[in-house]
Design a protein around this ligand. Structure first.
Ligand code: PMP
Ligand code: GLN
Length: 393
């Protein structure tokens, strides 16, 4: 038989699925895949349930229900002062995952170069390659994950079509600073390039940091596609409702990509997300406040056990250097070992790199209930106490 698509055939199952399956197999507490272990707000879920019984089950409009597009535009204005046309500047997608693919499809022709920043989320690179575009990777280095300005500048050239920016960033928890964003904006301007802004963690930002969308910088609104995710904003990750906002000229092409990917997104969920985006500021503040308390608990606990944690300013994740524990194996071995033997799953950070990567960091999700995090720490503590780690390396 003729060979199937070579790139997809060579792509492994995502690390999030692999580690979640291992966690189930070993009854481990899953601090790997990033999903909250509580339901999102009941009032939002109720709107979705009621919409199912309210004859809202046929195809909604291609670019999204008008009420959700209006809510996305209003949220852009309310949180960031961004003017978005609800009729022509928003496309609702089935998750941010589709939004990323649709945005890249809309912008890229084969041979175009795309600047990607490592460590990077696992769908970016395969999609860029499937579109026949050429990735130009720039790497942030732990522990500070600062933007390496000279390298970024060198990655841009006459063929650069777009940069993909994830802030707040998975897995590092980094929130790009206004100064870094200004540097990026200057490069985009100089090279007449677009930005695909994966901002799924926009509302999960902690005290001391502030999320500034790249689109709010001078001249950036006209060249940015800004992506949000109801899954993250309302702690309903299984819903897979995403939204892209941007200038009408780009969004009309994004809509064509969406038309060919999924065409529409379930209408009852769209209706509920429209309702959710209208929630008062107190909802959004308490979402971040609650997560910050969970982050602090996990951070302090891991530090007490001997991990060297890196600061997380946003997202669901802490990255922790486990080498001070004495374990000399790599991150894949470490994450498998703690899942199987301590009963706590984590994600090896090398999964977010192409080729050679740091091999001594594990990513822990803290979007779990406090007693669950406490139990995870107790399990790790018992395991660290009884395990001669250097012997296992
Ligand atoms: N981008 C990043 C950086 C993510 O962490 C996630 C989380 N899954 C996504 C995109 C995808 O979001 P969604 O579940 O809405 O597709
Ligand atoms: N974004 C989530 C994470 O980083 C997982 C999403 C998925 O499993 N594809 O853990």
């Amino acid at each position: 038989m003729k060979p199937v698509n070579a790139l997809l055939a060579a792509t492994g199952t995502t690390i999030f699925t692999v580690m979640s399956a291992l966690a189930v197999e070993h009854q481990a507490i899953n601090l790997g895949q990033g999903f909250p272990d509580t339901e999102g707000p009941e009032d939002i879920v109720r709107v979705a349930a009621e919409a199912l019984l309210d004859h809202r089950n046929q195809y909604p409009p291609l670019t999204g229900l008008p009420e959700l597009r209006a809510a996305v535009a209003a949220a852009n204005q309310r949180f960031y002062g961004l003017e978005i046309d609800p009729a022509h500047g928003v496309v609702v997608t089935s998750g941010a995952t589709e939004a990323i693919t649709a945005s890249l499809m809309a912008l890229l022709n084969p041979g175009d170069e795309v600047v990607l920043i490592e460590p990077l989320y696992d769908t970016y690179l395969p999609v860029v390659k499937l579109l026949g575009a050429v990735p130009r990777l720039v790497r942030l280095e732990p522990p500070n994950w600062e933007l390496p300005r000279a390298e970024l500048e060198a990655a841009f050239g006459p063929k650069t079509k777009a940069l993909l920016l994830n802030s707040p960033m998975n897995p590092t928890g980094k929130v790009f600073t206004p100064d870094e964003l200004a540097f990026i904006a200057a490069l985009l301007r100089r090279h007449d390039a677009y930005a695909v802004c994966d901002e799924v963690y926009e509302h999960l930002v902690f005290a001391g940091a502030r999320h500034v969308p790249l689109a709010t910088l001078p001249d950036m609104a006209e060249r940015s596609l800004r992506i949000g995710s109801a899954g993250k904003t309302f702690s309903l990750t299984g819903w897979k409702v995403g939204y892209i906002s941007g200038p009408a000229a780009l969004m009309s092409v994004v809509a064509k990509a969406h038309q060919n990917l999924t065409f529409t997104t379930p209408p009852n969920l769209q209706r509920a997300v429209a309702y959710g985006l209208g929630k008062p500021d107190t909802y959004f503040d308490s979402l971040a406040g609650g997560l910050q308390a969970q982050r602090d608990l996990l951070d302090a606990g891991l530090t007490r056990l001997g991990f060297r944690t890196l600061p997380a300013q946003g997202s669901y994740f802490i990255t922790a250097d486990f080498s001070p524990l004495g374990f000399e194996g790599d991150d894949v071995a470490f994450c498998r070992m703690i899942t199987q033997e301590a009963g706590v799953a984590a994600i090896p950070v090398s999964a977010f790199y192409v080729g050679a990567a740091p091999r001594h960091y594990a990513r822990f999700a803290f979007c779990k209930q406090i007693p669950v995090l406490e139990e995870a720490l107790r399990r790790l503590e018992r395991w660290v106490a009884k395990t001669p780690l250097t012997a296992l390396a």
